[in-house]
Design a protein around this ligand. Structure first.
Ligand code: F0G
Length: 481
């Protein structure tokens, strides 16, 4: 929650008490250089013993609540018919208003099932923006992802509160060109991950839903960050200023045919599900669940996580939970902007994002600026960001490199894990890095996997710039920090 101080300054205040903590470790600069070289300049391949602030992702890294942990103790570990399934069913019904659900072990398993059931070769899937696993799954089924975002969605500095909106004219053009029968579904992603966690408005979702239903096209919502999107609607869409996050969330649900999500984000637990009010759609997907995930009443999730998810789904629409990372991100982004760092604005969900093209204008897309900046941030701070740019985009079917629309170093802010002091530290190191940005060079693949290459890909620093950066850091701060 944001609170205003006597001097007018607004700060994000924690609406929880921190009673269990995990020790953090800041290894010295020489070890950080060694670690990133061992990890092939890919922050995904670092070991956490070498990481001070793990800002790689908010996926499965949030702090769970006492009630979530307590719920795990009463899980019903049955293979079939377990009571835990029904507790989550009740929570989904109460909070989201959806009758039917299928648990899956993570969000991408939901994408796999949706692809298998609804995507046929040659079909298109229009969406406000893709996510890495989304695109890979739908393309694997022979579909083609069409990104139909608004004209300024990729402008990293902006005052548009809803850069995640779908462009309705482009949607109409897609319908006219391909015909509704060749559109597997339209997908909306809550706080579009890859373009800076930017939300869509409820007005936009309603318009998408109306257009889609006029043509018999299904609306699928990726709600991995659903409560954050609802919170942004409350903060930014005048009509909903007085609505609760819970009311907004339910209204969003009334506009979609299928919801799927990774529970690892808003719901603060590891797992996911697909939910719908249509028995027909539910029955279409259901037979595939035991083949790929597990029986209907656990879907590959542990019963403990299902119990924790039932609590997490109820808690995520509490404004103090929905705002817990969004408000800290807002503070973080505003501080970056104050220090002249090219952060993505307005602040979004999931993370504070730095525009790597603006930070490193001397690098081209195929020098992998977002990857280079992410590695440099780790070297300078021990915080590990994630590359969200050209490395995260796989080659096309002819093996050609594709330049990402946008090059971001993503510094995730998991819920209830880090504090303002942590953010201040990262901002300070980013400031130092920005002043020394000419020392940061490009990256080159030494090992490049064929799919989702950002996970296991290994790279090297062109002309060994990592060493020079570490030397400059030591000259300013010494070797111990
Ligand atoms: N959809 C969105 C919008 C996501 O952000 C993610 C995961 C998924 C689907 C897949 O879910 O990991 O449970 O299989 N995002 C993580 C991230 C990995 O780091 O942003 P999953």
């Amino acid at each position: 929650m944001n609170v205003k101080l006597t001097n007018g300054k607004v700060i994000p205040i924690e609406m929880h008490k921190i009673r269990i903590v995990q020790k953090a470790n800041l290894v010295p600069i020489d070890r950080r250089l060694e670690a990133i070289e061992e990890g092939g300049y890919n922050t995904v391949l670092l070991r956490t013993r070498d990481v001070f602030l793990d800002m790689l992702t908010d996926s499965g890294t949030n702090a769970m609540s006492d009630n979530q942990l307590a719920a795990m103790m009463v899980a019903d570990d049955a293979y079939a018919g377990g009571e835990s399934y029904y507790k989550l069913k009740d929570a989904i019904k109460d909070v989201l208003g959806l009758e039917y659900y299928l648990p899956v072990h993570p969000g991408r398993a939901a994408e796999h099932l949706l692809g298998r059931v609804f995507v046929r070769p040659g079909m298109v899937i229009p969406m406000n923006y893709h996510f890495t696993t989304t695109r890979a799954h739908f393309e694997m089924c022979g579909g083609r992802v069409l990104e139909i975002y608004g004209h300024d969605a990729l402008e990293t500095e902006s005052s548009n509160p809803f850069k995640g909106n779908l462009d309705l004219e482009k949607f109409q053009a897609v319908i006219d060109e391909h015909g509704p029968e060749n559109i597997a579904f339209v997908r909306m992603e809550a706080t579009t991950n890859l373009i800076g966690g930017q939300p869509f408005s409820l007005e936009n979702l309603r318009a998408v839903s109306e257009m889609a239903s006029k043509h018999g096209i299904l609306v699928v919502l990726d709600g991995s960050l659903i409560s954050e999107n609802a919170y942004f609607i409350k903060r930014r869409e005048a009509k909903y200023m007085n609505a609760t996050v819970a009311e907004i969330t339910k209204e969003m649900m009334s506009l979609v045919d299928i919801l799927y999500l990774s529970g690892r984000k808003s719901a603060c637990v590891r797992g996911g599900f697909i939910a719908t009010n249509s028995k027909e759609l539910f029955e279409k997907i259901k037979p595939w669940l035991p083949l790929f995930e597990g029986f209907l009443t656990y879907g590959g999730m542990s019963s403990k996580e299902i119990e924790a998810m039932a609590v997490g789904i109820r808690e995520m629409v509490d404004i103090n939970v929905a705002s817990s990372s969004a408000d800290l991100i807002e503070y973080f982004v505003n501080r970056m902007v104050e220090e002249g760092i090219p952060a993505v604005t307005p602040p979004g969900g999931l993370a504070g994002h730095v525009d790597a093209h603006k930070f490193l204008p001397h690098l081209g897309s195929f020098d992998y600026p977002a990857g280079a900046l992410s590695a440099a941030i780790y070297i300078a701070s021990g915080a590990r960001p994630m590359e969200r740019g050209t490395i995260s985009l796989d080659r096309d079917e002819n093996g050609n490199e594709l330049a990402s629309d946008i090059e971001l170093a993503r510094l995730a802010v998991p819920r209830r894990v880090y504090t303002m002091a942590h953010m201040e530290y990262v901002v300070d190191r980013l400031k130092w890095l920005y002043a020394n940005r000419n020392l940061i060079g490009g990256l080159k693949f030494t090992e490049e996997p064929p799919v989702l290459r950002f996970f296991f890909g290994r790279l090297e620093a062109v002309d060994g710039w990592g060493k020079k950066l570490a030397e400059a850091f030591k000259a300013d701060f010494g070797a111990d920090c």
